[in-house]
Design a protein around this ligand. Structure first.
Ligand SMILES: C[S@@+](CC[C@H](N)C(=O)[O-])C[C@H]1O[C@@H](n2cnc3c(N)ncnc32)[C@H](O)[C@@H]1O
Length: 285
């Protein structure tokens, strides 16, 4: 069968589907509305490759039709898949490692001063490496697998939450952990599970995983928290969105709580309620 001019152009560009600037602008508007994520112009290729998978999965032949069906709510569950496809979930155990000794010091002091169980919110937990690193830090600080603490770990992306909740990782993900941590906090897979590790049940039990969109008016978490981790997610939001989210964190923080940010995030410009306590760590001012 002869190819149309459009099909020729796509083939030459190595593309399976047409993806116009207008399609990109539509995606950009929708993900901003839904998740607060601001996509730069440079993300056009990324958007194409991630959503092309959704077109294949739904059997839809063009971006325009896919976006029409999405906006018309004609594909049950597709909004969730659309958001999941467009989030970036890069993370690792003890990422930005300087935060964890500070957390350990803080929780010991908070426990001494208040006596009540500690509560920590990890607000963009991705596949779980961050909340499990928080849990390991608490176990080490209190020298027990059952520290007096609870962690709530949330993310907008339901796929990463499922991975986090399972707590099973390929061996490579834990290769850089100290052998003592590996031994104390993970179980090695055998047989069909060879090459995988599972976090110990005691560690898993410290954490409740829940879906939460930082943009939504309704946050299913209850403070006040001793610490909030909000690392490497604000970079996807514009300043107005960041300011709104930070203003909602403030009343959820105990008077001496800490707020942990990512290495390239600066909350001083967006909230006068916070002051710097250490490298990318904030406290109430
Ligand atoms: C780059 S990861 C950072 C993970 C972890 N905090 C870290 O620093 O290693 C960003 C996470 O933010 C989540 N995210 C993006 N938009 C969000 C939103 N509106 N509400 C909650 N989480 C969101 C993504 O799904 C992703 O898992």
């Amino acid at each position: 069968m002869a190819l149309t001019t459009k099909q020729h152009a796509r083939q030459e560009a190595g593309k399976e589907f047409d993806f116009t600037r207008a399609d990109f602008e539509r995606v950009r508007g929708l993900i901003y509305q839904r998740a607060g994520i601001s996509l730069a112009d440079s993300k056009q290729e990324m958007v194409y490759s991630r959503l092309a998978r959704r077109l294949r999965a739904t059997g839809i032949a063009s971006f325009a039709t896919y976006l029409d069906s999405l906006e018309g709510n004609r594909m049950p569950g597709e909004w969730e898949s659309f958001v999941n496809a467009l989030t970036t979930n890069l993370t690792s155990f003890f990422r930005e490692a300087h935060h964890f000794p500070l957390l350990a010091e803080h929780v010991l002091k908070a426990k001494r001063q208040h006596g009540t169980p500690l509560t920590i919110w990890c607000s963009a937990s991705s596949t779980g490496e961050e909340p499990y690193s928080i849990a390991m830090t608490l176990c080490e600080a209190f020298n027990t697998l059952t520290p007096p603490a609870t962690i709530v770990a949330t993310d907008i992306d339901t796929n990463v939450l499922a991975t986090a909740s399972a707590g099973v990782y390929p061996q490579e993900r834990v290769e850089k952990l100290e052998p003592e941590r590996l031994r104390r906090f993970f179980l090695k897979g055998k047989g069909a599970q060879e090459g995988l590790v599972r976090v110990r049940p005691e560690l898993r039990q410290l954490i409740t995983f829940r879906q939460l969109n930082l943009l939504s008016d309704d946050w299913p978490v209850r403070g006040p928290f001793d610490a909030i981790f909000c690392r490497n997610v604000m970079i996807y939001f514009d300043k107005a969105t960041q300011r709104k989210i930070l203003s909602r964190f403030v009343p959820l923080m105990k008077p001496d709580a800490l707020l942990f940010a990512g290495h390239s995030e600066n909350f001083l410009y967006v909230s006068d309620a916070l002051r710097l306590r250490g490298k990318t760590v904030y406290e109430l001012s």
